[in-house]
Write a protein that binds this ligand. Structure first.
Ligand code: MEV
Length: 314
């Protein structure tokens, strides 16, 4: 019998991926078109897990579940319970490794399910901190942006080690989110930016600084409902992300097709080197056309995201 349930959506980074790792601000949005659900049963014996690619003891799970194993151990300690006797079932329609925050979403769903199973209230701060345990295993020096956005389910303006504020969203526009169908490589992308930065900080720092400025500009655009300007900032961000080598041919192609089909701006979202891109369109009609063109150009899936529908709080 299910004793605990937890659910979590994904996230989209509108502006500031990678530069956020170096202390620049970023803006991320919750993405609830896709979700991960975890349910917990109490059983006898060792913890077990059932998911798409593994059924068995959590202690013997493949390396992809290493973060979940560490997360369950830490969460049970936090709850003051023995770390055994749990059966976790994880179901997802959130494509993994596409820059949509699947690793943080699994963790949020698992922690929520465990707290629900033991009927203990869970604060957003505790949730974000616990999720950080798994995120540091999956990603190199994670900024905390994914965990913060997914745990809150709100549009966030985020600065590493400084915290977050929730963004008021009053912009007219529809994002088309398109999947290249290729696994993104966040860990490798973060580590290759680190190598570039170590080798040539004088070249990389101005790029990261400019990405930070673009985030500030984008935040103003969200407040003043300036989707044309927001599109321009996205285009410039994409050019900079290309310079730090986190884009790839497929992402570039989809970005180009989106712009040619009338999008106001387009860029990769998340870690890059595969994964997803986003295109900003002024209306649903325009978004439909862009989405159709992106599919013809090889996108394996597209989603629409009305920017006015995002939950936002002052
Ligand atoms: C990954 O979704 C976002 C990155 O900026 C890494 C991070 O923030 O930890 C690439």
């Amino acid at each position: 019998m299910t004793v605990g349930q937890g659910i979590a959506g994904g996230k989209i980074i509108l502006m500031g991926e990678h530069s956020v790792v170096y202390g620049q601000p970023a803006i991320a949005l919750p993405f609830s078109k896709v979700a991960i659900q975890c349910s917990v049963d109490f059983i006898q014996g060792d913890n077990t897990v059932d998911c798409d690619f593994y059924h068995g003891k959590l202690s013997e799970a493949p390396v992809l579940l290493e973060g979940v194993r560490a997360l369950v151990e830490r969460t049970m300690k936090e709850l003051g319970k023995e770390n055994d006797g749990l059966q976790l079932r994880i179901e997802s329609n959130l494509p993994a490794q596409r820059g949509l925050g699947s690793s943080a979403a699994v963790s949020v769903a698992v922690v929520r399910a465990l707290y629900d199973a033991f009927k203990v209230d869970l604060t957003e701060d505790v949730l974000t901190e616990l999720v950080g345990v798994a995120e540091s295993i999956y990603h190199e020096s994670p900024s905390g942006l994914d965990a913060t956005t997914i745990a809150s389910g709100k549009a966030v303006f985020f600065e590493k080690n400084r915290g977050k504020k929730y963004l008021p969203m009053s912009i007219d526009g529809v994002l088309v989110v398109a999947d290249t169908g290729v696994f993104g490589q966040t860990k490798q992308a973060v580590s290759s930016v680190r190598t570039l930065w170590n080798n040539n900080p004088d070249h990389i720092n101005p790029i990261l600084d400019r990405l930070g400025e673009l985030t500030m500009l984008a935040s103003e655009c969200l407040e003043t409902n300036d989707s044309v300007m927001l599109g321009r900032t996205m285009n410039e961000a994409q050019a900079l992300l290309r310079q730090i080598d986190v884009s790839d041919d497929r992402l570039e192609h989809l970005v180009e097709v989106a712009i040619e089909s009338g999008a106001l701006g387009a860029k990769l979202t998340g870690g890059g080197k595969g994964g997803c891109m986003i295109a900003l369109c002024s209306t649903y009609e325009a978004a439909n056309y862009v989405s159709q063109k992106l599919k013809e150009a090889g996108a394996s899936n597209t989603w629409f995201y009305d920017l006015k529908e995002i939950v936002s709080h002052e």
